[in-house]
Design a protein around this ligand. Structure first.
Ligand code: SF4
Length: 458
């Protein structure tokens, strides 16, 4: 095992990242774009970049991810990619007939300085974009930020390009769900609908990347927010955005551009964060919380009570995306577990502040790093181990090396199937998370118990 050699001695590193806790910006942009109905994402760069973005998404969602590429070779790398993109737009609308193309840039096209907006205007002037069809774009240089930044940039582009204020408000709210699984998006909308709220959710990959097997391939599955819905987002009563990192910019854009007031909340992971989401919905709907939601909350509380003895005092190491890590840490504290090491690959100062806030009553010192990597997390673990590790698939090497129970959570999960079909947000999602955590802890206890204390009933 390569990680056996991770040294205990921690050195300050600025110019080197080892096993980054993130992927590249365009992956997030591509995922967001798939949440618009009839959209074909397009990677403005080399074929290699596009293959990486598509394969990472395909491996995580276990669905074929379609995307165009500007196919840069030496010529485009030197002279710019305008000609390639113009031809790509023409080909894509002629052959695949999407409603829109969502172009994201790559390290290469950003470094060259291609002006995608100007190229899209030229494509329109040259008649390469059929009437009623659209090309939008987001700038996603991967030498800054992470896949979360790319997701945020593409989501903001949706608000920027489409939302229009007619001056006449519609009885609906906007939901910006954050970089979560399609099943989470479904759950976020279900809770709003239980409150009798009419919603425009964007992006919305539910039904696109977790659809049923029908025996027939559809390039543009039925799910996703539609363009008329996106246009109407400018007339909504309010926006509820979940996760500052993934959704904050889009919500503020709608506020500035169309005067739609926004509330930016944590992702509704766990009891308190879901309570805050439900409360925001309740205020917006001007109604009481329905019995169904109270019932689910009660079930989550019951499970917490039943499991609490096994959670108490356990130390946890976490790596993942910032919005998830903040809400998950708060949830762990609520069930008497202690996040002691928390790493995200996405840079940003608020992260460290928020983690310190939610773990302020911890009996242990908490190490937290934004823009960190898994190498550092592994060093922390090797110096003082934990009872549980929660991270994406890459965490399994650390878990194996340090022999710690491990839960796969976040993006990407490349070696397990099913995660995109079951939510981890809302009260129901909280129950699922707790089941996973307890299974991991008790499986380890069973494995390590000597024969005389290998119990049938826990
Ligand atoms: S070159 Fe940049 S955009 Fe392309 S795959 Fe690598 S990090 Fe991503």
């Amino acid at each position: 095992m390569l990680l056996r050699h991770t040294p205990l001695k921690i050195q300050d590193r600025k110019a080197l990242s080892v096993n980054p806790a993130k992927t590249c910006q365009p992956i997030g942009a591509m995922y967001a774009a798939l949440g618009i109905h009839g959209c074909l994402p397009h990677s403005h760069g080399s074929q290699g970049c596009c293959a990486y973005h598509r394969s990472t998404l395909t491996r995580h969602y276990k669905e074929p991810i379609m995307s165009g590429t500007s196919s840069f070779t030496e010529g485009a790398s030197v002279f710019g990619g305008q000609a390639n993109l113009l031809q790509a737009i023409n080909n894509i609308f002629t052959i695949y007939e999407p409603d829109l193309i969502a172009v994201h840039t790559t390290c290469l096209s950003e470094t060259i300085g291609d002006d995608v907006q100007q190229i899209a205007r030229k494509a329109r002037d040259d008649g390469k974009i059929p009437d009623g069809k659209h090309v939008i774009h987001a700038s996603t240089p991967s030498y800054v930020g992470s896949h979360v930044t790319g997701f945020a940039n593409m989501t903001k582009a949706m608000a920027n390009y489409f939302a229009e204020s007619t001056g006449k408000k519609k009885n609906q709210i906007n939901l910006i769900p954050g970089y979560v699984e399609p099943s989470d998006m479904e759950e976020i909308r279900r809770l709003a609908e239980l409150m009798n709220l009419s919603t425009v959710m964007f992006p919305d990959t539910s039904g696109v990347l977790n659809g049923p097997q029908t025996g027939r391939y559809k390039m543009f599955p039925p799910g996703g927010v539609t363009i008329p819905e996106l246009i109407s987002a400018g007339d909504s009563m309010a926006t509820i955005a979940l996760g500052e990192y993934a959704s904050g910019d889009a919500a503020r854009t709608l506020d500035t551009k169309c005067k739609v007031p926004c509330k930016i909340l944590d992702l509704p992971i766990g009891l308190q964060a879901t309570d805050r989401y439900i409360d925001a919905l309740r205020k917006q709907a001007g109604t009481d919380v329905p019995t169904q939601i109270n019932f689910e909350r009660g079930q989550l509380l019951d499970i917490i009570t039943d499991m609490q003895a096994w959670f108490y005092g356990k130390k946890v190491a976490l790596a993942g995306d910032p919005d998830q890590m903040i809400a998950l840490s708060e949830f762990l504290v609520a069930i008497d577990m202690w996040p002691v090491y928390v790493v995200t690959g996405t840079p940003g100062k608020i992260f460290e502040k928020r983690i310190k806030e939610v773990t302020r009553n911890s009996p242990y010192p908490v190490k937290v790093k934004a823009g960190g990597d898994l190498f550092l997390l592994h060093q922390w673990i090797k110096n003082e181990s934990v009872d549980l590790l929660i991270a994406n698939t890459y965490g399994k090497y650390m878990a194996r090396d340090s022999d710690i129970p491990f839960i796969r959570y976040g993006f990407p999960i490349l070696d397990r199937i099913g995660h995109s079909y079951f939510p981890t947000v809302g009260y129901r999602g909280g129950m699922r998370l707790l089941e996973k955590i307890l299974d991991a802890i008790l499986d380890r206890k069973d494995r390590d118990s000597p024969e005389e204390s290998f119990e049938l009933v826990m």
